[in-house]
Design a protein around this ligand. Structure first.
Ligand SMILES: [Zn+2]
Length: 402
């Protein structure tokens, strides 16, 4: 087997297997829906990824429903002021988009990974605002980030974070309107009580993916209504919501939890307990978390994968440390077994955010946008964290693009 890019993974440790041939990839056209979108004139359709090695297309049931569904999840999109300055500079360059902001150079490295799955979800940490935009502690960011996320292939975002109400109810509504305008699925915060009561389900050519989002807090602030943002990290409540999603027709249910202690390399005790409770409930097929701005381990618990911390997807903290410049992206492939769906393959790719200008740079291959030494160190450090609970021996695979 040969790979288009030289890879680093195999050289690190003998316990890391070379990747199996990619067999996933449904030639389907996902339809994204959210509570808000379903109330409009129909769900938007987006192009599905077409993995190069799957020329024969998907196996289909007599009902033409795919046998597999791949989902990419990535960490926090946290736009600090320096990223806005850089995007403004990029927009004005001869190859820029000519608009006020251009986030394409920041996101370019991530694009092929986002497109290598049937569905991709981001975590939009901060609300969309109007000029002048603001950074920590109360963020507002330009709407261009949402169109640029959509342009590289994201199908939706979760919006329950500790910054969701940084710009009040207006900020929540502006954010959701921006996502809807870009035909993006969203869940985690809502425009109306009615929207909050809709099951958070994406429909991908007949496969229904339920996404149960929540945040541990709203940074000490209160939303104007209890239903405005999905809050709380109570396992029983989350399990109840998963049951409701299944009742509403979800074939697959995932948990997207915003929780943890910032800048750490291990989950807190309560976070691990929560992850394990969700995993062992039988109601969630996959559990993933974000918020800590650092990578945390991946664990397979009682047959269900838990990703405790994806780290930052894109960010530029006022005090940059190597941990808040690193993150991982994860691709979960779900396979149908009768009426049940399970994760048949879990893949990950580590990245480092370059310093200036900031760009998302994978560190799994030698063709990357940070220095070779930085990439090697990042990969080693991240692998050690990710594998702290034996994920590699449990089947976690590296994610090499076809
Ligand atoms: Zn957060």
């Amino acid at each position: 087997m040969s790979f288009p890019l030289p890879i680093r993974f195999a050289a690190l440790t003998v316990s890391i297997a070379l990747p199996a041939a990619l067999t996933s990839g449904c030639s389907v056209a996902p339809q994204t829906q959210s509570g808000a979108l379903t109330s409009t004139s129909g769900a938007p359709t987006v192009e599905a990824s077409q993995p190069a090695k799957d020329q024969d297309g998907p196996k289909e049931t007599p009902m033409d429903r795919p046998e597999e569904l791949s989902l990419t999840v990535t960490g926090d999109v946290l736009l600090h002021p320096q990223l806005l300055d850089e995007a403004e500079t990029a927009a004005g360059k001869s190859d820029g988009n000519g608009k006020e902001f251009d986030f394409e150079p920041l996101l370019a490295g991530l694009k092929p990974y986002v497109q290598d799955a049937d569905v991709a979800l981001c975590n939009l940490e901060t609300p969309i605002g109007t000029p002048p935009y603001s950074g920590y502690p109360l963020f507002t960011v330009p709407s261009q980030i949402v169109s640029d996320l959509a342009a590289i292939g994201y199908d939706g975002c979760t919006t329950a974070t500790n910054h969701t109400v940084d710009a009040g109810t207006k900020g929540v509504i502006r954010t959701l309107d921006t996502l809807a305008k870009n035909e993006m699925f969203y869940t985690g915060s809502y425009k109306s009580k009615k929207d909050s009561e809709q099951p958070p389900i994406m429909d991908i050519s007949g496969v229904k993916l339920g996404v149960v989002a929540t945040t541990y807090s709203l940074n000490g602030m209160r939303a104007d209504s209890d239903w405005r943002v999905d809050t709380g990290v109570n396992s029983l409540k989350l399990i109840d919501r998963a049951k409701s999603a299944r009742k509403a027709g979800a074939d697959i249910v995932v948990a997207a939890v915003h929780d943890g202690a910032e800048y750490t390399s291990a989950p807190t005790e309560s976070q691990r307990k929560l992850g394990r409770a969700l995993a062992s409930s039988g109601e969630f097929d996959f559990v993933y978390m974000h918020h800590t701005h650092s990578v945390l381990p991946i664990e397979k618990y009682k047959g269900t994968w838990i990703v405790y911390g994806l780290g930052n997807s894109v960010a530029k903290h006022a005090t940059p440390t190597i941990l808040n410049r690193e993150g991982i992206s994860v691709k979960a492939t779900f396979a149908r077994d009768g009426e049940n769906w399970d994760v048949s393959k879990l893949q990950w790719v580590p990245h480092q955010l370059s310093k200036a200008p900031v760009a998302w740079c994978q560190v799994a291959t030698t063709e990357t946008c940070v220095s070779d030494a930085d990439a090697k160190a990042s990969l080693q450090r991240t692998l050690k964290t990710v594998n702290a609970y034996g994920a590699v021996d449990d089947g976690l695979e590296e994610w090499i693009l076809p």
